[in-house]
Write a protein that binds this ligand. Structure first.
Ligand SMILES: C[S@@+](CC[C@H](N)C(=O)[O-])C[C@H]1O[C@@H](n2cnc3c(N)ncnc32)[C@H](O)[C@@H]1O
Length: 252
């Protein structure tokens, strides 16, 4: 599954913002009328979805989410995926990242690896993957994931995000709490040499969490893929070259 070139809009973009484009380019922007019962924000969301080239490209390729393009780009840059890997995908629904993992680790053609995805929301099975519906923050989630994977992981992915409240500080804290719990879990399941790729919020992974990752991994970087909306504070932290868990670390 090749990564996309940043999808372009046929017709040269939105005419309302494209005064510099060729004058014969047709305006293909879909405009959504506000309807009774639909709030302004949901109208804006719908209009953005209908006009998002990543949404259109995902649909064309049979991908479940535009988020799939973020993982493709991160993998192209940091070489996270290869055949035979054992991967855990946290916050996996509706399944775009899992589809990319299955494809790029060649799970369906006997690649020898395994992928276990988990989400608190129901999601449809993906052939080649084990799709769990469970709260990752529940006490029994680490054991469930470890048992289902059946051994150490080479890669832990987390695209988990709680529904946004619109209150920036609250949203930041909620995403960072998920990221910290994801790293705690990664420390317990990653094989030496393993990697972790996780959504965090701008400002990146801070303080103690970043220090812990740097202590246990040879490389820790932040990246914002092109498919991540510029107005979104999300970025991804990629920690590679896991050295093994340090049970003497007092911050654990
Ligand atoms: C941005 S979406 C993930 C998109 C996914 N990577 C894809 O490519 O389709 C974030 C997901 O995190 C999930 N999530 C948030 N909190 C969770 C939790 N405590 N346990 C499991 N999943 C959670 C949400 O239900 C949501 O489906």
């Amino acid at each position: 599954m090749p990564s996309p070139k940043p999808p372009s809009r046929r017709g040269g973009g939105t005419s309302s913002r494209s005064g510099s484009h060729a004058t014969d380019a047709r305006d293909l922007t879909v405009r959504v009328r506000t309807a009774r019962g639909r709030t302004t924000s949901s109208t804006q969301w719908l209009q953005r979805q209908l006009n998002d080239p990543y949404v259109q490209e995902a649909r064309r390729r049979g991908l479940r989410s535009r988020a799939a393009f973020k993982l493709m780009e991160l993998d192209d840059r940091y070489h996270l995926l290869r055949p035979g890997l054992r991967v855990v995908d946290l916050g996996a629904a509706p399944g775009g990242w899992t589809q990319v993992v299955v494809e790029r680790t060649r799970l369906q053609s006997g690649g020898g690896g395994r992928v276990v995805g988990i989400d608190i929301l129901p999601w449809d099975e993906i052939p080649g993957a084990c799709c769990l519906v469970h709260d990752f923050m529940a006490d029994d989630a680490p054991a469930l994931l470890t048992g289902t994977l059946g051994g150490p992981a080479d890669l832990v992915l987390s695209d988990m995000a709680a529904p946004t409240t619109g209150h920036r500080k609250t949203d930041h804290l909620r995403v960072m709490a998920l990221a910290e719990t994801a790293w705690d879990f990664a420390e317990s399941i990653l094989a030496p040499g393993g990697a972790f790729c996780c959504k965090v919020f701008q400002g990146g992974t801070e303080g103690e969490l970043l220090a812990r990752m740097k202590r246990l991994c040879t490389q820790v970087r932040h990246a914002k893929p092109a498919a991540s909306r510029p107005e979104s504070p999300e970025v991804y932290v990629i920690a590679q070259g896991f050295r093994g868990r340090d049970d003497t670390d007092p911050s654990r």
